[in-house]
Design a protein around this ligand. Sequence first.
Ligand SMILES: Nc1ncnc2c1ncn2[C@@H]1O[C@H](COP(=O)(O)OP(=O)(O)OP(=O)(O)O)[C@@H](O)[C@H]1O
Ligand SMILES: Cc1ncc(C[n+]2csc(CCOP(=O)(O)O)c2C)c(N)n1
Ligand SMILES: [Mg+2]
Ligand SMILES: [Mg+2]
Ligand SMILES: [Mg+2]
Length: 331
Amino acid sequence: MVGTALDEFALIAELFAPLAAGCPGALGLTDDAAFLAAAPGFDTVVTMDAMVEGVHFLPDDPPDLIARKLVRVNLSDLAAKGAKPVHVMLAAAFVAGTSEDWLRRFAQGLRQDLEEYGVALIGGDTVSTPGPLSLTLTAFGRVEAGRGILRSGAKVGHDVWLSGSLGDAALGLKAIRGQLSGVDEGHLSFLAGRYRLPSPRLRLGQGLVGLAASGMDVSDGLVQDLGHICRASGVGAEIEAARLPLSRAAAQAIAGNQSLLALALEGGDDYELLFTADPALAESLRRLATATATPLTPIGRIVSAESVTAVRVLGADGRPVPTGRGGWRHF
Ligand SMILES: Nc1ncnc2c1ncn2[C@@H]1O[C@H](COP(=O)(O)OP(=O)(O)OP(=O)(O)O)[C@@H](O)[C@H]1O
Ligand SMILES: Cc1ncc(C[n+]2csc(CCOP(=O)(O)O)c2C)c(N)n1
Ligand SMILES: [Mg+2]
Ligand SMILES: [Mg+2]
Ligand SMILES: [Mg+2]
C-alpha cells in the first residue's frame, strides 16, 4: 500500500493477528483458512453486511467509529436471530495511500468492540482499491439448535414490538449535515452518536428466544423492514404512529417539523429489534426489558394479509398516514 510504513502483511500481522488470539483455530492469521469445530446442540448463525464510504458512513468519520459500526451492524443481525456472537471475518478494501495512523485507529476501534462483545477475528482479506473505502464483515454466532428467531413466524393477533427509540440515526445524519434546525446542541450530538455508533441489542435478542415468534433488526427503515416480516409470514401489520418510541432529541426535532416523522419511520440505520409476540407474553417481555435495561414498546399489531397489504401506519385520528417507499434501497 503506497504511503504507509505498514505493508499488507505487516498490517495483518501487527494490527489484525492480535485480534485472533481468542480462537486457536484462526492460527494467528498465518494460514490460508481458519478451522472451526461445530458446537453440538447449536445452530451456527452466519450473516454478512458491507459498508461503503459515502453510502453507509461519511468520508471524514473517525476510523475507530467506522470499524465499530461495522462490527455492530453485523452483530445486530445476530441479535435479531437470538444468537450469541462468536467470531467475525473482515474483508477490507483500503484506499491506496491510506495513512498508517488511520489504519492503526481503525484497528484500535475494531479491537475495542471485539473485546467488548467477546468476539475473535478469525480471518478475512486485505486488498487495495482506488476508492472508495469498502468494508465487509461476516459474523458467526450460535443459538440452541432450532430455536433461532425467523422473519416468518408472525401470526394474526400478535403484538408488534420495537426496542429502543426510532429515527435517531436518520435524524443524526441530517444533524451532521447541518440540516436539522431548532434542536438543542446536546440533542444534536446524541443523534449524531446514534448514527455513528449503533448499539446491537444482543442481550435482548438472546432473551427473546422462546418469546418472539418472528423478528429482525431495523436497518433499512421500520416500514420496509416490517414489510419483510409480513411477506415472510403471509400477514399484514398496523402501526400506530402515536405509540412510536422517540428519544427526547427525536421528539424535539419532529415537534418542530412534522415531516420528519416520515424520516423516523423510513430512514433506517436504527439497529433496533423489531419482533412480534403473542399478547399473552406481554408481561414476560416487560420483565425482559427491565432485566436487559432495554426499552421495549408495543407499536402495533399483526393483521390478516387480506385486511392490510404489508404495513399500514395509523395517525392519531386512526387514519392511515401516507408513507413513501418504506425504507432505504440500494437500487
Ligand atoms: N449478494 C448476495 N448474495 C447472497 N445472498 C445475499 C446477497 N445479498 C443479500 N443476501 C441475502 O438476502 C437476505 C436479505 O439480505 P438483507 O441485506 O436485505 O438483510 P439484512 O442484512 O437483514 O438487512 P441490511 O443489509 O439492511 O442490514 C439475507 O439472507 C442475505 O444473506
Ligand atoms: C452517508 C450515508 N448516507 C445515507 C445513509 C443511509 N443508509 C445507507 S445504507 C442504509 C441501509 C442499511 O444498509 P444496508 O442495507 O446496506 O445494510 C441506510 C439507511 C447512511 N447510513 N450514510
Ligand atoms: Mg444485509
Ligand atoms: Mg443487516
Ligand atoms: Mg438493507
